[in-house]
Design a protein. Sequence first.
Length: 202
Amino acid sequence: MVQGSYEGVESKWPHAHFEPGLFLSMQRLLLSYPYFACFLFALYSEILIKTAMSMTLKVGDPAPAFEGIDQDGQPIRLSDFRGRKLVLYFYPKDNTPGCTAQACDLRDNHAELQQAGYEVVGVSTDSPASHRKFITRKQLPFRLIADEDHKIHDQYGTWVQKSMFGKKYWGTARQTFVIDEAGKLEKIIDKVKTGAHAAQVL
């Protein structure tokens, strides 16, 4: 019966990777210690999900087809930019020094970026209200996606575990993806120069 259950999981998710021994052990624990086994199974599932989501994107890969809302609650999708180049930049938090420097550099060079055929969209886990204030204060000429559930971060592998003063936590990796007119990744910028970011794109 246990083996049959495992085969059922494989057939339902043919591209998923399950360790048979660990999976079967969890099922036995579930029968004997349901609460403990449920905890272990949930933990193992989270590890599998995080591993899948953290798969590294490479230049030339199709850009993940995201969908979210901007600072005004309006839908925004990758498909909206079909036929145009898109600078999709992920940043940790509105109105913080590094993120402000980055946004202002993109603002100051926005006309040049547009002349080169680029649209700019920022992404963070801040709320739409926070984005509106940030845009107003810094007069930003581009849209910001409010990815509060970090779904788009997960798609692009930018929701990562960090460490500060010995304490681990999850947050945004500052990273920029330049997407070409065909929806493929043209450039990935990992080492962002917040005060000279437009030059890295151009």
